[in-house]
Design a protein around this ligand. Sequence first.
Ligand SMILES: Nc1ncnc2c1ncn2[C@@H]1O[C@H](COP(=O)(O)OP(=O)(O)OP(=O)(O)O)[C@@H](O)[C@H]1O
Length: 323
Amino acid sequence: MHDGSGRIHVQGLNKRFGPVHAVQDLSFTVQPGAVTGFLGPNGAGKTTALRMILGLVTPTSGTATINGLPFSRLPKPGGVVGAVLDAHGFHPSRTARHHLLCYSAAMDVPDGQVDRALELVGLAAAADRKAGGFSLGMRQRLALATALLGDPQILILDEPANGLDPEGIAWLRGFLHAFAAGGRTVLMSSHFLREIEHTADRLVIISQGRCVYEGHVDELRAAQQSRALVQADSPEALVNKAQEAGYGVEYLPDGRLAVLGADSRTVADLALQAGVALYAMQDERIDLEQLFFQLTHGQFAGLAQHAPPTPETWARPGDGGGV
Ligand SMILES: Nc1ncnc2c1ncn2[C@@H]1O[C@H](COP(=O)(O)OP(=O)(O)OP(=O)(O)O)[C@@H](O)[C@H]1O
């Protein structure tokens, strides 16, 4: 039964495993009607946080609630949350349908939901094939079908795009968008911003167990100002015109101008108004991946000091280096 909220609320969550402080004072909210990407480098604490939300790991302190309740107190949790933490736990000799029937019986869900779930994830044609012969992409879909059995309000997916080919990623994106557009909630983890930036509407980025960003993907892009790089025959006249229009301008060492927050089309219009000829224009795109590295820098600090081996490391004695 859906109560119309579909909100996940994490407040001051901490988890220690002996000396490892896996999740540190983590707070964020996941809203319904959107896909929220839960992002962080390897070891950032994503899986631990998801497991705490799902009541599989006990927090050292803090709370995680779904629709205002801890997972363990949700009435009929299968109808509220469907989760995929691992797409590998299938009995290899069981068919996809048989696998789902085992779960539907355990969840007290009508058997009709099995065929619906297989249809929803595009596995209807493979329903009677053994899961042991499934590709990684098919296993991901079967895991998703399992999560959908209870017709949940919320999907929590740990690295659902892992191992998917581009077609599989595009399919997953369309699936999750439609699910969220119907007013439901998606929380999905990933360690690649690129993999998630066109799927997620909102982002929660963590590093070393702490939240370093929570907000819309577009806001993150906007935080990194774009700029147009131009070569002008009369830079001073263009600078004056751009400043009049409210744009900041920087002189680059190579003689070009960088007009901050503008695209090349806007700068071309300004140049036309100022009677300035332009010889070259380039839009500098916002590199979200770079921003992600900056935000999670602390996590990589130790690794960065350990430079990868050089080609000399692999040279065998007596190698002349020629081919
Ligand atoms: N059961 C456990 N016992 C001890 N340490 C653990 C346990 N589970 C996780 N950790 C540690 O907690 C930290 C966070 O791990 P976690 O798996 O939550 O990160 P993650 O962001 O999901 O990483 P990845 O993207 O590599 O899966 C890591 O240092 C990990 O080694």
